[in-house]
Design a protein around this ligand. Structure first.
Ligand code: TGC
Ligand code: FAD
Length: 387
C-alpha cells in the first residue's frame, strides 16, 4: 500500500498547497530512488553518493537559504523535506542536514561575500560536500572545552588538533572547523587537500550505517587568511548552526516515527495470531493509539515552532524541547513497532530495526537528550547545571 504520513488531527489542513506539493515530490524521490538503495547501503556501511546530485537538482541542499542558487523555502517546507528524507533513513537525512544547516549555513551567516560566492552555489549543486568539525575525542557535550587551536601567522592560520565523529568527514571537499584562536572559538573553512589535513573513516557503527563518520586530523595545517569566518566569535558560532540542524532533526524524527508506525500498522492488520489479526487485540490497539497520540503532538509542536522561526522569535531552548521530544518519541515508536513485528522486527526486510538503531544516534548527536533537558532546565530556573 502506498505510504501516507499520519494525519489523525488533520495537520495537513495547516499546510499550503505548495508545501504539500514539495512534500509529495520528496516522498516520490524517497519511494523511487532512496528506499530501493538504503537497505544495502546500511548493510554495507556505505553512503549512497549517487543520490547527491538528485538531491541537489531537487533543491534539497540548503533549501531554506536565500540566494546563491538555494531554494529559499519557508520553514515548514524545509521541515517537510527533512521529514520525508528521514522517513527513508536518519543517515541520509544527516547528509542533507550537515550539508545545509551545519556547513552552508555558517558560510551564509558568518562568511564574507567572497566565501559565499565561492562555496554556496557549488554546495547547493552538490559539487562540493561539507562536514562540520566541532566534537573532539575528549569534548563532546562540552565543546567549549575544545583543545583544537588556530594560530595566526604571516602566511595564514595554522590548525592543530583532532575532531571525532564527523559526519561526511571522509567524503567532504571542505570542513567547517571550530578551533580556539587566542582562546576564543572561531570558525575556519579547511579545504580537502590542504597539507596537514587528513581524515580517517570510523567503521563498526551499529547505527547510522548509511552515513559516513570520520575523524579529522590537523597537524600544522596552514590555511589562507581568507578562510576564517569573520563574522562570529565564541561558542555561539557553532551553537547557532546546531540550532538550525536541531530544528531540522525535530521535523526529521517525525519521518522515522511515521515509517515505523506505518510498518507496524500494516503488519498487525495482516498478521493472524490466535485466529484473528493482531490488530484486533486491545494491547496492540493501545500501542497504536499511543503512537498516534505522540506523533500527532510532535507534528503540532514543530508546525507551531516553525511559525515562530519564520517570525524570528524562536528561542534555542524551544528548539531543544522539539529535538528532545520528537527524537525520544520516534525512538519509543520504533522500539514499540519492533516489538509488534515480533521476529520480523529484527530483520531488514522491514525498515523498523534500521530506524530504531539509527535513532539511538539521533538521540545522542546534536546534543544528547539529557543535555537538552538541562538546556530547558536552565531556561526555566535561570540556573545553569553546566557550571
Ligand atoms: P552557553 O553559555 O550556553 O552559550 C555560549 C554562547 O552561545 C549562545 N548560545 C546560542 N546561540 C545560538 N544558538 C544556540 N542554540 C545557542 N546556545 C547558546 C549563548 O547565548 C552564548 O552567547 P554569548 O554571546 O553570551 O557568548 O555555552 P555553554 O558552554 O554553557 O554550553 C552549554 C551547552 C551544553 C548547552 C552546549 O555546549 C551544547 O549545546 N552542548 C551540546 C553539544 C552538541 O550538541 N554537539 C553537537 C556536535 S555537531 C553534531 O552532533 C552533528 S551531527 C550531524 C548529523 O549527522 O546530522
Ligand atoms: P558525552 O558528552 O561523553 O556524554 C556521555 C553521556 O553523559 C550522555 O548520556 C550525556 O547526556 C551525559 N552527560 C554529559 N554531560 C552531562 C552533564 N553535564 N550532566 C549530566 N549528564 C551529562 N559531532 C560533530 O561535531 N560533527 C558531526 O558531524 C557529528 N556527527 C556525528 C555522527 C554520529 C554517528 C555520532 C554518533 C555523533 C556525531 N557527532 C558529531 C558527535 C555528537 O555530537 C556527540 O557524540 C554528542 O554531542 C555527545 O558527545 P559524546 O559522545 O562525547 O558524549
Amino acid at each position: 500500500m502506498k505510504y501516507q504520513s499520519l494525519d489523525f488531527i488533520e495537520i495537513d489542513s495547516l499546510l499550503s498547497s505548495e508545501q504539500k506539493e514539495i512534500r509529495q515530490s520528496v516522498r516520490k524521490f524517497v519511494d523511487d530512488e532512496v528506499l530501493p538503495k538504503i537497505t544495502q547501503a546500511f548493510r554495507q556501511e556505505e553512503f549512497p553518493r549517487e543520490l547527491i546530485k538528485k538531491c541537489a537538482e531537487m533543491g534539497l541542499l540548503g533549501a531554506n537559504l536565500k540566494g546563491y542558487d538555494c531554494a529559499g523555502l519557508d520553514t515548514v517546507s524545509y521541515g517537510l523535506i527533512m521529514q520525508e528524507i528521514e522517513r527513508a533513513d536518519s543517515g541520509f537525512r544527516s547528509f542533507v542536514s550537515v550539508q545545509g544547516a551545519l556547513c552552508m549555513y555558517p558560510i551564509y551567516a558568518f562568511g564574507t561575500e567572497e566565501q559565499k560566492q565561492k562555496f554556496l552555489p557549488a554546495m547547493a549543486a552538490g559539487d562540493k560536500i561539507g562536514c562540520f568539525g566541532l566534537t573532539e575525542p575528549d569534548y563532546g557535550s562540552n565543546p567549549g572545552g575544545m583543545i583544537t587551536t588556530a594560530k595566526e601567522t604571516d602566511k595564514g592560520y595554522v590548525l592543530n588538533g583532532n575532531k571525532m565523529w564527523i559526519t561526511n568527514g571522509s567524503i567532504a571537499d571542505l570542513a567547517i572547523v571550530w578551533a580556539k584562536l587566542d582562546g576564543v572559538v572561531r570558525g575556519f573553512i579547511v579545504e580537502k587537500g590542504t597539507a596537514g589535513f587528513s581524515t580517517s573513516l570510523m567503521e563498526g557503527k551499529f547505527s547510522l550505517r548509511a552515513s559516513i563518520t570520520s575523524e579529522l586530523h590537523f597537524e600544522n595545517c596552514l590555511i589562507p587568511k581568507e578562510n576564517i569566518l569573520p563574522n562570529v566569535q565564541g561558542l555561539k558560532g557553532p551553537l547557532s548552526c546546531l540550532s538550525q540542524a536541531r530544528f531540522g532533526i525535530a521535523w526529521g524524527a517525525l519521518g522515522a516515527a511515521n515509517a515505523c508506525y506505518w510498518s507496524a500498522l500494516h503488519y498487525v492488520k495482516n498478521r493472524i495470531m490466535f485466529d484473528k489479526p493482531l490488530a484486533g487485540y486491545q494491547l496492540i490497539q493501545a500501542k497504536l493509539a499511543k503512537m498516534v497520540q505522540e506523533i500527532s503532538k510532535g507534528q503540532l509542536l514543530v508546525w507551531h515552532l516553525s511559525q515562530l522561526k519564520d517570525q524570528g522569535k524562536l528561542k534555542p531552548a524551544q528548539i531543544s524541547l522539539a529535538k528532545m521530544n520528537n527524537v525520544r518519541m520516534a525512538l519509543d515508536v520504533a522500539r514499540e513497532a519492533r516489538d509488534m513485528l515480533g521476529a520480523n522486527g529484527i530483520i531488514d526486510e522491514y525498515p523498523v530495526i534500521r530506524h530504531m538503531l539509527n535513532l539511538e544516534t539521533v538521540n545522542t548527536y546534536e546534543g544528547t537528550e539529557d543535555i537538552h533537558r538541562l538546556i530547558i532546565g536552565r531556561e526555566v530556573t535561570g540556573i545553569s547545571a553546566f557550571d
